[in-house]
Design a protein around this ligand. Structure first.
Ligand code: SF4
Length: 333
């Protein structure tokens, strides 16, 4: 599985980024030009917290997977520009088949979604015929279509607790999140062995050093992190709940164990508090999601200008993937 992930990451890093179109305005003029195109297209820009700050600053909505799926389900815009990764834009298309859904860079994939190929997942399901399949939203439409219920890191524990106690459950694709949900819910889950390359890279040694350097700081962590890091956390939760917790906690500083894109909103909302990202092992910058960062303001302008690249889905697959997402939205209200 690890080798497969490395191959896929290598393939993503070798992909040729789409060319920014001719006529793209200069950087200083891009925000105004994007706003004008957005008006002409009746478009809405949804951005994940892991997007670069310049994109977050011009988005109509910023959020985590659950919040953005809700926005995608409710929007009246004709065009949805999804500044995130492929499975997120795909989810928006599943919910809005009649709308144009754009992803600024079609190569913006996800190592976690790639770690769960649909055919291998079908074999795993077949080996667990009596299990209900709960899949984290970070998976392809083809895996969603094989699932009974979709969840996000915001609602996973709550949804699992709503399932009958005697019901065996298969959880995919993130094993770290799955283990955390097991501990929180008290339910025994059969886990697909996938993980996120970014959340698996944080250095425990660097975290311990940060704790020594900032003794008043709380450690806040996303449940996709490995257990040895979660054991050192004061608070564990989804990206949105990390932001909420930082606002509600009296602590003056936080050591943040998730993709550092979230620090932009944390610093903006809480300018008097300090936030320290945890580096990757060996001090590499691999704590930044390489897929999320493929989107740029230039590519955002280009996709609004040309209405491409757009997400397209086979209708039969879309309908099968829609049912477990709608179940999630209904159960998490
Ligand atoms: S941070 Fe991890 S789970 Fe999120 S998009 Fe990047 S690779 Fe996927």
């Amino acid at each position: 599985m690890h080798q497969l992930r490395l191959r896929l990451v290598f393939a993503a890093s070798q992909a040729t980024p789409p060319r920014v179109q001719e006529g793209c305005p200069a950087p200083a003029e891009l925000p105004a030009a994007i706003a004008e195109l957005k008006r002409q297209r009746n478009a809405v820009i949804l951005a994940h917290y892991y997007q670069e700050p310049a994109i977050q600053d011009i988005a109509d909505f910023i959020g985590d997977s659950l919040e953005l799926s809700r926005k995608a389900a409710a929007t009246e815009a004709d065009v949805i520009v999804f500044c995130g990764v492929h499975f997120m834009a795909e989810t928006a298309k599943i919910l809005n088949p009649g709308k144009t859904v754009l992803l600024p860079d079609l190569d913006a994939g996800c190592s976690l979604a790639d770690a769960c190929p649909a055919d291998a997942f079908a074999a795993f399901r077949a080996a667990h015929p009596d299990h209900l399949v709960v899949s984290y939203i970070n998976c392809s439409a083809a895996v969603k279509a094989q699932s009974d219920l979709i969840c996000t890191s915001s609602n996973a524990v709550d949804l699992i607790k709503q399932l009958p106690p005697e019901q065996p459950i298969l959880f995919a694709p993130d094993q770290n999140l799955g283990r955390w949900v097991q501990r929180q819910s008290g339910r025994d889950l059969s886990l697909w062995p996938g993980s996120c390359q970014v959340h698996e890279t944080f250095s425990e040694q660097a975290l311990l050093q940060l704790k020594l350097d900032h003794p008043n700081a709380e450690v806040i962590a996303h449940p996709e992190c490995q257990q040895n890091l979660l054991d050192l956390a004061d608070f564990i939760g989804s990206t949105s709940s990390l932001l909420r917790h930082a606002a509600e906690s009296p602590a003056p500083a936080f050591i943040v164990l998730t993709e550092p894109g979230i620090l932009h909103q944390m610093q903006r909302a809480l300018p008097d508090k300090a936030f320290h990202p945890v580096p990757g092992a060996d001090g590499c910058s691999c704590n930044t999601c390489p897929y999320m960062r493929l989107n740029t303001l230039e590519k955002l302008w280009s996709c609004l200008n040309s209405l491409a690249p757009a997400i397209e889905l086979d209708e039969e697959l879309r309908l099968r993937a829609l049912a477990p997402i709608e179940r999630m939205l209904a159960m998490s209200r």
